[in-house]
Design a protein around this ligand. Structure first.
Ligand SMILES: *Cc1c(COP(=O)(O)O)cnc(C)c1O
Length: 405
């Protein structure tokens, strides 16, 4: 076996020579993970509050997840959607248990789940207006992030994401979250759906208020348009409810999910309520890889552990003191920390300046966290993080703030 030093050099060289340069990332190579910890190729350990961007819901290499995936990999991995497989039906049943009466489509990513939502909106518009190209508008939110495909990107009104890729898909308009009137003003007879993140993730952890969500629900009912919620980042338990919209007791017509669903294995899905599920029929949507036995085994393992270990209640219980401790940092370091936003384990710390030097300092002290838009340090611990690790994250953050005072 080669020594770690040689591995590190060659990883950097291989990236420099062969990997597309579409990401700006630190020179950190991760080689192993266990629970909330990951190790780099020099043997340094980190507390991982990135969780692969809210994906590794059970931390790294959870024993039940690993056993399920290993067992399934030795049994049946992929058959395509030309055939049934028993795990896809069971996973759909489990999602319906959380989301309500409806049906589930499986894909491989958040962007694909959102594409399915956008296509659902188009089908609804055709049914509502009786013709194509008459009712197709989708009202999204300013500062939204819905993914990098043409549909998702067209629903993402950010120049840094759209630049160079125009012309976009037509028919998207943008209101302001928590400003119901701005959505009311945009609805007309050509509107098919309202499509928003329950909590905006990439743009800096900006939650929709319960009143706003209830207002959108009423608006959609009155105007016979779909309420589509992107729960790709905030769903699957991250806020202490299975879906973030449950906090507002507002139920959408369809949901996009991905990230945490597979616990690290790529899987996305769209749930659509019974009322609108018949808009899809054989032949009008599909994907080769969606809902493979292996992907479904991974997702079922995540849902099993969430239930078995009571993780939703744990997130609600443990996030309170942790959020309070982070808020306290805003009191102690008002020059640097302007505030803390979020719910459960989807948390944004609003910094007064560019978060990049803070993230680098956190990394040097052994804590991995991503940024989010608008000078935000984002913390996304796994759902089964221990109170001790939550305390440790605050201590590391405090030491960074002290050093930079
Ligand atoms: C990450 C994310 C997406 C895109 O998911 P991918 O799996 O990267 O395609 C879409 N919406 C939200 C809210 C996200 O956080």
């Amino acid at each position: 076996m080669s020594s770690p030093t040689i591995v590190r050099t060659s990883t950097a060289e291989l990236y420099d020579a062969h990997v597309l340069k579409n990401y700006a990332r630190p020179a950190l190579t991760l080689v192993r993970g266990q629970g909330t910890q990951v190790w780099d190729d020099a043997g340094n350990a980190y507390l991982d509050f990135t969780s692969g961007i809210a994906v590794s819901a059970l931390g790294h290499c959870h024993p039940h997840w690993v056993a399920s995936v290993q067992r399934q990999a030795a049994e049946l991995i992929h058959v395509s959607n030309l055939f049934r497989n028993p795990l896809q039906g069971e996973l759909a049943r489990r999602i319906v248990q959380h989301a309500g009466p409806g049906r589930v489509f499986f894909c491989n990513s958040g962007a694909e789940a959102n594409e399915a939502l956008i296509k659902l909106a188009r089908l609804h518009g055709v049914q509502k207006s009786g013709a194509e190209e008459k009712c197709y508008k989708i009202i999204c939110a300013k500062h939204a992030f819905h993914g990098r495909t043409y549909g998702g990107m067209s629903a993402t009104p950010q120049d840094k994401i759209q630049h160079g890729f125009r012309p976009l898909v037509p028919g998207f308009a943008f209101g302001e979250i928590n400003n119901l009137q701005s959505f009311v003003d945009l609805v007309d007879d050509a509107t098919a759906a309202i499509f928003i993140e329950t909590i905006q993730g990439e743009s800096g952890i900006n939650p929709c208020t319960p009143e706003f969500l209830r207002g959108l629900r009423r608006l959609c009912d009155e105007r016979k348009i779909l309420l589509l919620l992107d729960e790709v980042q905030c769903g699957i338990g991250r806020t202490g409810k299975f879906y973030a919209f449950e906090h507002a007791d507002v139920w959408p017509d369809a949901i996009g999910m991905a990230k945490g669903l597979g616990g690290g294995f790529p899987i996305g899905s769209m749930w659509v309520s019974d009322r609108f599920a018949e808009l899809f029929h054989p032949g009008n949507h599909g994907t080769t890889f969606g809902g493979t036995p292996l992907a479904c085994a991974a997702a079922l393992a995540v849902l099993d552990v969430i239930d078995r270990d009571g993780l939703l209640a744990k997130v609600r219980l443990q996030s309170g003191p942790w959020l309070a401790a982070l808020q306290q940092l805003a009191v102690e370091f008002p020059q640097q920390v302007l505030g803390v936003r979020g719910l459960g384990y989807l948390v944004g710390v609003q910094m007064a300046s560019d978060p990049a030097p803070y993230l680098a300092a956190l990394r040097e002290r052994g804590l991995l966290a991503p940024s989010a838009g608008g000078n935000v340090v984002r913390f996304l611990p796994p759902l089964n993080v221990t109170p001790a690790d939550l305390v440790k994250s605050v201590e590391i953050f405090r030491s960074v703030l002290e050093a930079k005072r």
